[in-house]
Ligand binder design. Structure first.
Ligand code: GDP
Ligand code: MG
Length: 182
């Protein structure tokens, strides 16, 4: 049975205020609280996916205020530690989408960082409930994910628990596939 068990380290990245903490807390507690502060947090959570028990370690990493270069970011220990990434933008925040776009292309194309191009990544457009303030089309997110071989979901941490569940379960699936294919 122990052989069936899997540990997966997940880092959630994105600029400030896109809802990274809201997504994680929603996934862990099913609740949307509204305010989360800016504390770097680490969670361990057991889930069952397809009948198999998984331990997810989730790192809620606030975006570095110093706006590091992407090369710096890639060298960081959180990326070395990660088995998979959740890259979050807000559909109401064009700049947050641009950041995710740059980040994903850097990770997928930088040959210096061996293995990172195979890192399972889920791109998440959050705050779907604020569609009246949308500045990033669904299609843009979908195309970005397609071009970088990532999964893509538009979600609302505020209003849709199921969509948030899909993000984390989808990533666990990808991490498991990537291990099988090694
Ligand atoms: P972080 O800085 O990326 O961790 O963002 P937070 O999780 O702290 O969320 C930033 C703000 O956006 C908070 O006021 C949240 O209540 C709000 N927020 C997060 N997710 C959603 C969402 O899906 N819809 C709406 N309307 N607001 C959200
Ligand atoms: Mg946060």
């Amino acid at each position: 049975l122990n052989g069936q068990r899997m540990d997966a380290n997940v880092v959630v990245l994105g600029t400030d205020n896109v809802g990274k903490s809201a997504l994680i807390v929603r996934f862990l507690t099913r609740r949307f609280i509204g305010e989360y502060g800016d504390i770097e947090s680490f969670y361990t959570h057991n889930i069952v996916v397809d009948g198999r028990e998984q331990t997810l370690n989730i790192w809620d990493a606030p975006y570095s205020q110093q706006d590091p270069s992407f090369e710096t970011l890639l060298c960081e220990k959180r990326l070395q530690w990660a088995d998979g990434l959740v890259l979050v933008y807000s559909i109401c925040d064009r700049a947050s989408f641009n950041t995710v776009s740059r980040l994903v292309h850097t990770i997928k194309t930088t040959k210096d960082f061996l293995g990172f191009e195979k890192m399972p990544i889920v791109i998440v457009g959050n705050k779907r409930d604020l569609h009246h303030r949308r500045t990033v089309l669904s299609e843009e997110g979908r195309l970005l994910a397609l071009s970088a071989d990532c999964q893509f979901y538009e979600v609302s941490a505020a209003e849709n628990y199921h969509s948030v569940l899909m993000v984390f379960h989808g990533l666990v699936d990808r991490i498991r596939e990537s291990r099988v294919s090694v």
